[in-house]
Design a protein around this ligand. Sequence first.
Ligand code: SAM
Length: 304
Amino acid sequence: NVQQPAGDQLPRYVRVNTLKTTVEDAVDYLKRDGFTYLGQAARLEDFTLKGKVFVRDLHLPELLVFSHKTDFHDHFLYKAGHIILQDKASCLPAYLLNPPPGSQVIDACAAPGNKTSHLAAIMKNKGRLFAFDLDAKRLATMSTLLLRAGVTCQQLANQDFLKVDPDSPQYKDVEFILLDPSCSGSGMVCLRDNTSADQEKEQARLASLASFQLRCLNHGLRFPRLKRLVYSTCSVHRQENEDVVAACLQQNPNFRLVPLLAQWPERGLEPLSQCLRASTTKTRTHGFFVALLEKHREAGNVKQ
Ligand code: SAM
């Protein structure tokens, strides 16, 4: 049994919001504010930080890493939307989807919107970002966060993604989808429950979540011009991750997995090693899973 570092021992990750500033300017500001900058990390051990020091992440270019005790909630850069407090693993989906400026993108289950604002930054606010969420309250919070982050390319809708019509003319140019549906949250260190309460109930809950996740995934692949879809969860359960993706690929043979970040230390469970996993021990993040699907032929066309 591997000893997991507690959630409050994970580094504090800060994503620089390039809609409002640059990494260089944020670093300069923090240095003037009394932080010591140690440069780019070369390995995960460099994340063992103490006091007011920070490094730049080794995988994600816009990510800064601080000691776990650093609190930015009252900091100017946070209040002004120049930095977003977001776990490293949760920065992977938008980074890997990488929609170019000017593209049409859907964030299917978007609130509270950290990945939406990351997508908007990658798109440089150019193009259109359709963001859906079922929960009106979470969507209202999201509006405030996006305003603070300077996002302008979004179109928010309080709507069930499963009821969004892929053949509606307004989505005819959608080429990229980010799907981060509701999940068990079993990867979130703070939510981890080590008591094995009612196994039967837990299995039923996972089965129901997995069925919802697969329906969302299949629905996403129905958008006619779709090129790439990134699927992510903050679950550690195979049932919500590799199993959902494998079932979806079986039902949609015109899509395949894109091999992700060769240098990333934790892969999807076999045989889905193209996907990424994240954990407190191997990546020093919350538990997470990401898969990137791309269309490699039109449906009904058997030639590759
Ligand atoms: N992507 C978000 C972020 O990075 O801030 C987090 C999304 S959270 C894991 C899942 C979200 O899916 C919740 O806000 C939930 O309200 C929403 N949701 C659940 N079922 C949905 C559905 N059928 N259609 C749209 N949104 C849904």
